[in-house]
Design a binder for this molecule. Structure first.
Ligand SMILES: CC(C)(COP(=O)(O)OP(=O)(O)OC[C@H]1O[C@@H](n2cnc3c(N)ncnc32)[C@H](O)[C@@H]1OP(=O)(O)O)[C@@H](O)C(=O)NCCC(=O)NCCS
Length: 131
């Protein structure tokens, strides 16, 4: 529930939308990662879905609480997910980045792939990283 609230606030309310059923489709079979502060409050979360018989992981819905942004939370959470992927035999991570934050994913080692497209009303670009 806390993760849904954070995703709603950071990824949907911020652009005048709500989390739709289509956003949540299949998530019961996906992996949900969260980063918590010392008071066990959620600071950041992300969803990972497995594709291509587990060889590819798709990162979705990355969100960091406003007060914790630009303090390394997104990077820490991503690095944990990447190490989890390596242990589980994932060979490549892909994601659809908002173009406004693609610089964040560059810093994590992702490269752009293809052309921009619109998703949830915003320009996005596919990015990938080989592990
Ligand atoms: C984008 C987001 C996930 C980044 O997480 P964060 O915790 O703020 O980022 P970090 O502090 O871990 O930053 C890691 C690096 O990326 C850089 N970075 C962070 N956000 C950036 C941005 N929007 N553009 C360019 N670089 C960025 C940081 O400066 C830092 O660089 P450094 O290692 O050289 O110091 C977070 O700001 C967020 O949730 N934003 C709102 C929701 C959103 O846009 N989600 C992504 C949808 S694709």
């Amino acid at each position: 529930m806390e993760m849904l609230k954070l995703r709603e606030l950071q990824l949907r309310a911020s652009i005048g939308l709500v989390l739709a059923n289509s956003d949540l489709e299949g998530e019961d079979k996906q992996h949900h990662f969260g980063l918590f502060n010392s008071s066990l409050q959620l600071c950041a979360c992300v969803v990972l879905s497995m594709e291509n018989s587990g060889q590819r992981g798709k990162l979705r819905q990355m969100a960091v609480e406003t007060d914790y942004q630009l303090r390394g939370m997104g990077r820490s959470l991503y690095e944990y997910v990447e190490s989890w992927c390596r242990v589980h035999g994932v060979r490549q991570i892909v994601l659809h980045a908002r173009t406004s934050v693609k610089g964040f994913y560059y810093k994590l080692g992702f490269t752009e792939c293809g052309v921009e497209f619109v998703q949830a009303t915003l320009p996005h670009i596919k990015m990938l990283k080989a592990l």
